[in-house]
Ligand binder design. Structure first.
Ligand SMILES: O=P(O)(O)O[C@@H]1C[C@H](O)[C@@H](CO)O1
Ligand code: HPA
Length: 317
C-alpha cells in the first residue's frame, strides 16, 4: 500500500538520473558540497571556473522561491578544491514536502561529495550572542521531527549497493564487497551528526583569522516557519537548550548523515530573538539579509579556508 510520503519522495533512480545529468554537463567532480543560507549566496560567487545551472533547468530539482536564495547550483573550485554549491536552499514553509527539500543532499552524495558544509541565518536565543556572531553548530533540536515530520519518514530503500573497491572486507582467499542499503540504514544515529574534528578545525581556523571574538559554538533549533517566533516560544526554546533558532539545515543534515556524508554547519546570527515583552524589536527578513551582507566576507573566508584545510589533511581527503 502506498503511503502519503511515497508521492513526494524521489526514488534512487530519480536521484541517479539528476546526478547523471549534472555529471554529463561538467567535468568538476566535487568532494565538498556547500549550502548557502539566506543572504549568504555570495559564497557561491567565490568559486572559480564556475559551471552554474539554474534549478529550473535541472531535471527533478525543486525551485527556490525565497528572496535571498538565487536558485543556482554552482560547480567550481574554492582555493583549488572542487566544490558544488547550492546558491539557495528549500524550506518547509515554501510548501515543499520534507523529502523534496532534502533531495539535493542525495544528489550531492551521488556526485561524489564526502563533506557537506551548510550555512544558515538564525535568530540568537543565547543572551551572550550578538548580531553578526557566527555559531558553529554542535547539535540540533528538530522540532518538526518531534511531530513526525522527518525527511527519512516513509519506506527506506533497502536494496543493497555493493561497494566493490571501497570498504571491502578482506578475507583469506577472496574479497567480499561491503554492502549498504541504497542511501542509508533505517535508523541512523544522530548523536554524531556534526563532525567534531571539523568543529575543532573551524575553531582553529577562526582563531588564525582573528575571528574568535565573534565565533561561537551552540545548539540550533529548527522550526517550520515562515512566521517568526513569539516571545513565549523564544523563551521556551532557550530553556530547552537552543542557542539559535531558524527554519532550515536540520533536515538536510539528517539526510546527509543518513547517506554517510560528513557534516559541518554554521549559523550566522542575523538578529536577536525577541525574549522580552518590553522590547521594541521585531524580527524581519530584511534585517536577516542585511546582516548576511555585513558578515559575508568573514563567512566566506572561514568556509573557504576550512575547505583548503580539508584538502591538506589526509583524514578528510
Ligand atoms: O535558509 P536559511 O535558514 O538561512 O533562512 C532563514 C530562515 C528563513 O528562510 C529566513 C528568515 O529570514 O532566513
Ligand atoms: O529569528 C529567526 N527565527 C527563525 N528563523 C530565522 N532566520 C533568521 N532569523 C531567524
Amino acid at each position: 500500500m502506498l503511503c502519503l510520503t511515497d508521492y513526494f519522495r524521489y526514488s534512487f533512480e530519480d536521484c541517479q538520473a539528476t546526478a547523471d545529468w549534472l555529471l554529463a554537463q561538467t567535468a568538476v567532480r566535487p568532494l565538498v558540497g556547500i549550502v548557502c543560507g539566506s543572504g549568504l549566496g555570495g559564497l557561491a560567487d567565490a568559486l572559480k571556473d564556475q559551471v552554474a545551472f539554474n534549478y529550473k533547468d535541472i531535471p527533478n530539482f525543486p525551485q527556490s522561491t525565497v528572496h535571498g536564495h538565487a536558485g543556482r547550483l554552482v560547480f567550481g573550485t574554492l582555493k583549488g578544491r572542487a566544490c558544488v554549491c547550492m546558491q539557495g536552499r528549500f524550506h518547509l514553509y515554501e510548501g515543499y514536502a520534507i523529502q523534496k527539500i532534502t533531495m539535493p543532499m542525495r544528489i550531492f552524495k551521488l556526485l561524489g561529495v564526502e563533506t557537506v558544509m551548510l550555512t544558515n541565518a538564525a535568530g540568537g536565543l543565547n543572551q551572550d550572542y550578538k548580531v553578526g556572531d557566527i555559531m558553529i553548530i554542535k547539535d540540533h533540536l528538530n522540532m518538526p521531527g518531534f511531530a513526525g515530520n522527518n525527511p527519512l519518514a516513509g519506506p527506506n530503500d533497502e536494496r543493497q549497493v555493493l561497494h566493490k573497491e571501497k570498504n571491502s572486507i578482506k578475507c583469506e582467499h577472496e574479497e567480499i564487497p561491503h554492502s549498504d542499503s541504497r542511501f542509508g540504514v533505517r535508523f541512523p544515529c544522530m548523536s554524531d551528526a556534526y563532525d567534531r574534528e571539523l568543529q575543532q578545525l573551524a575553531l582553529d581556523v577562526g582563531s588564525e583569522l582573528g575571528y574568535s571574538d565573534f565565533l561561537r559554538e551552540g545548539v540550533y533549533c529548527v522550526l517550520g516557519g515562515p512566521s517568526f517566533e513569539t516571545i513565549a516560544e523564544c523563551r521556551m526554546l532557550h530553556k530547552l537548550g537552543a542557542d539559535a533558532v531558524g527554519m532550515s539545515t536540520v533536515h538536510e543534515v539528517i539526510v546527509a548523515r543518513h547517506c554517510g556524508m560528513r557534516v559541518f554547519a554554521l549559523s550566522l546570527i542575523t538578529n536577536k530573538a525577541v525574549m522580552d515583552y518590553d522590547s521594541e524589536e521585531k524580527a524581519n527578513h530584511e534585517e536577516v539579509l542585511q546582516t548576511g551582507k555585513q558578515r559575508a566576507v568573514q563567512l566566506e573566508r572561514l568556509v573557504s579556508t576550512l575547505v583548503t584545510r580539508l584538502e591538506h589533511n589526509n583524514n578528510y581527503a
